[in-house]
Unconditional design. Structure first.
Length: 266
């Protein structure tokens, strides 16, 4: 192939065609022979080869071609970042944006959209590191999806974004996490709420009493100001479930000695 290309007066065109064909077929070994240091192809062929490599999620090929290519246009770099985000490849995004390189606002929005679809914490982190911030409303949507999916790492990361979450929204999220009996996520959410309603507390406590999660109920009783009448309701559930350890825990917090004596006598 080298002899054929070298004998042609259209070397760059033929070499360019070979480059994006090899990128399409992921032949890095042959690409390295085709484009040793100093060999040139047309800029448009570099762009096509890079996009083909990114389409195949081939980071090593993208790195090699980027090293050989002239300075990428913002439009080409934007396209490559979008493709990397579509594949959920945070390492490729990091490589393409290192050194403060910029992409278009349109591609930033599309990259965020792909990050939302993948629900990968690494993507959110890399985009944020490179100055691509996710709007609050989208973070809230992501947070709800993460709660429903029991994705504790994602919930923790999104809460660390320090967005302002309306009280009614986070109360709803606490209930949804309790519906999944996911105590670690409930804890994370409760640590980020200014005011939790008594209705939410009662519902959450009863959920964990029902599944006999002693750790969760102990946390709720010891850390949160819950109405003692709600504790009495929890006692009834624990009694129905014949959970002696849960009954003993709840008796320490019940509304009156009379209620405590009643359950001790049963």
């Amino acid at each position: 192939m080298e002899l054929i290309i070298a004998s042609s007066n259209r070397e760059k065109e033929y070499r360019g065609y070979a480059a994006y064909t090899l990128a399409e077929h992921e032949r890095l070994d042959m690409m390295q022979s085709l484009l040793p240091q100093g060999k040139k192809i047309l800029e448009k062929d570099f762009d096509i080869a890079l996009i083909s490599a990114a389409d195949r999620n081939n980071l090593e090929m993208v790195k090699f071609l980027n090293d050989r290519s002239p300075k990428l246009s913002i439009q080409t770099r934007s396209t490559l970042v979008e493709i990397a985000a579509r594949h959920g490849n945070h390492q490729m995004i990091d490589f393409l944006l290192e050194g403060g390189k910029q992409i278009t606002d349109y591609s930033k929005e599309n990259a965020i959209g792909y990050a939302i679809c993948h629900k990968k914490v690494e993507l959110f982190k890399i985009l944020s590191v490179h100055g691509i911030e996710i709007p609050n409303q989208q973070i809230l949507r992501l947070l709800r999806n993460a709660v429903l999916a029991n994705d504790e790492d994602c919930v923790r990361y999104l809460l660390d974004c320090k967005m302002q979450i309306p009280s009614d929204e986070i109360n709803n999220l606490v209930i949804e996490a309790a519906d999944n009996y996911n105590f670690p996520i409930v804890q994370l959410l409760l640590a980020n709420i200014e005011k939790i309603s008594q209705a939410t507390l009662e519902l959450v406590m009863k959920k964990f009493v029902y599944v006999n999660n002693i750790e969760a109920v102990r946390f709720i009783l010891g850390s949160l100001e819950i109405n003692k009448e709600h504790i009495d309701h929890g006692l009834f559930i624990a009694y129905e479930n014949d959970s002696l350890e849960m009954i003993q825990l709840l008796l320490k917090y019940c509304s009156s000695e009379a209620v405590a004596e009643y359950y001790r006598s049963l």
